[in-house]
Design a protein around this ligand. Sequence first.
Ligand code: NAP
Length: 244
Amino acid sequence: MEYEITDEQSGVARRIAVFGANGPTGRLLTGRALAAGRLVTAVTRRPESFPLQHDRLRVAGADVLDPVAVDEVIAGQDAVLSTLGVPAGKEPITTYSQGTATIVAAMRRHAVRRLAVVSSSGVDPQSYSDGGFLFNRVLLPYVTRVAGRTLYDDMRRMEQLVGDSGLDWTIVRPSGLYHRPAPTDYTVVDGHADGRFTARVDLAAYLLALLDDDRHIHRTVGIITTTDTPTLLRWLRTEALAGR
Ligand SMILES: NC(=O)c1ccc[n+]([C@@H]2O[C@H](COP(=O)([O-])OP(=O)(O)OC[C@H]3O[C@@H](n4cnc5c(N)ncnc54)[C@H](OP(=O)(O)O)[C@@H]3O)[C@@H](O)[C@H]2O)c1
């Protein structure tokens, strides 16, 4: 699909592919990218359920594990953002690593250099100052070493291959995701961020901001929201127990 380039576009990465675009973060990211004037290819296995329409939006039906489909998506892009996600479970998980390996290979073929992937604070679990005994010593180890073990193992594989990719990469580790209507003055630090929650809208805003900010290339960062965060109970009820 050919796009019209309009005056409102800014930055160097005009054409971006968003993997995981049909998830809650991916939809926010796609909407914000379009509002910022980007030309967006939203990648989903279920294009018929994608809710956004725009004259600068192309919705590509593709499985990230399909190298031919991914190659077609990546040709001609300036940057790739991935909010890909799969549910935790006991079975081995490979979508993060295999999918990202497919993306990286296609980016190399097409000389597309800028890549940002969403990982999780759970890949390197550390105590939180406001976590208390129950969260830090019971819930966090259970989620990261038992319930989410196969998921975090695969995220670690993804991080390794992104770090070794030779691309202009950024690995973004949010904490527990939750809904908030508008972005905040979120916090980004190298490595572990001392906060248990990240608003999806902040994560989306940061991923988009990365495209105009080369200072975050070759960095693995934690991003947290500190304004108006949910209680653990509310988060468990609305996010973890809602099957997200
Ligand atoms: N939930 C949390 O508290 C939390 C905390 C830290 C980090 N994270 C991470 O943050 C990211 C965003 O989370 P989210 O809740 O917004 O999204 P999500 O629901 O985890 O997943 C995003 C999308 O990935 C797509 N996807 C999955 N397998 C695919 C495949 N084989 N090919 C193509 N697309 C595929 C799915 O879209 P289609 O089915 O339409 O293809 C899905 O809607 C994820 O990486 C998640 O692991 C989450």
